[in-house]
Ligand binder design. Structure first.
Ligand code: ADP
Ligand code: MG
Length: 256
């Protein structure tokens, strides 16, 4: 199977992108897949959620060429996550500088796809991008580099705005830049059926996006706690509802 690239994207912060990227990456690895998680957010929170340190790997990935020598150097930033099947490609604040370089050099929309092509090989099943909304330009190229997009969205009022922006970006890329990828689904997060806000938002998402709305991830303090302690939900509490929900997502992703 060729390496499948999945981007976790939303223009909004705090909607569960990093939580989803890390949980899905580990969820797939626990299903015997080989996964490389790329941390495109300058905050480097995918690394910390896995108990690792942010490092400038992404900067070099995005600014260096594809020669054998450069590839050896870029590959040297691939980090073990300490979990079978899951490796991490870390980023840090220097990712902001890569953004400036990409724009200054007027790099094409295919720049990130080209940069990650060096990782495509037999045996690597998934590349997952955790992205940041603030780094405009990188996010667009990360979406273009991906086969499938997951859009986490908090089930709160006004959250549809962030979803619409990503959807709009996707249709522009499809129409104007011949992007071949597709939406895997919209993932409602922080779901709490006890609150009217959460329920109403869920209903409105379903009204607008129908079958593209995935089963929701409930609001759960354990998800915040495990990230803070550098463990995934499958390590902190594998029997929790959150673990079950992210397992469901992993299984769903494997069907695509
Ligand atoms: N379903 C959830 N329930 C409760 N807290 C969550 C949930 N998902 C994420 N969090 C917490 O909310 C904060 C923001 O989530 P995060 O995944 O970092 O969002 P983003 O990457 O979109 O900014 C983090 O502290 C995270 O641990
Ligand atoms: Mg994040």
């Amino acid at each position: 199977m060729p390496t499948k690239v999945i981007c976790i994207a939303n223009q909004k912060g705090g909607v569960g992108k990093t939580t989803t990227a890390v949980s899905l990456a580990h969820g797939l690895a626990l299903r015997n897949k080989q996964v490389l998680l790329l941390d495109m957010d300058p905050q480097g929170q995918s690394a910390t959620a896995l108990g690792r340190n942010p490092e400038p790997g992404i900067f070099y990935l995005l600014t260096m060429g594809l020669s054998a020598q450069e590839t050896t150097f870029v590959n040297s930033w691939v980090r073990s996550s300490g979990r079978e099947g899951l490796t991490l490609f870390p980023g840090d604040q220097q990712t902001m500088a890569a953004q400036t370089v990409l724009n200054a050099q007027n790099k094409p929309v295919s720049a990130i796809r080209n940069a990650i092509s060096r990782f495509f090989k037999d045996g690597l099943d998934y590349i997952i991008f955790d992205t940041a909304p603030s780094v405009g330009g990188i996010q667009e190229r990360a979406v273009w580099a991906s086969d499938l997009i997951i859009v986490p969205t908090a089930t709160e009022f006004l959250s549809a705005d962030g979803v619409s922006k990503v959807m709009q970006m996707m249709s522009v890329l499809q129409e104007k830049k011949s992007w071949q990828g597709a939406l895997l689904g919209i993932l409602p997060t922080f779901y709490d059926e006890q609150t009217r806000e959460s329920k109403a938002t869920m209903e409105s998402l379903q009204e607008h996006f129908g079958s593209r709305v995935l089963p929701p991830i409930h609001r759960a303090t354990i998800l915040r706690e495990c990230a803070a302690s550098g463990q995934t939900i499958f390590e902190t509490d594998p029997d929790s509802r959150s673990a079950e929900e992210y397992q469901t997502l992993s299984k769903l992703v494997m069907k695509f």
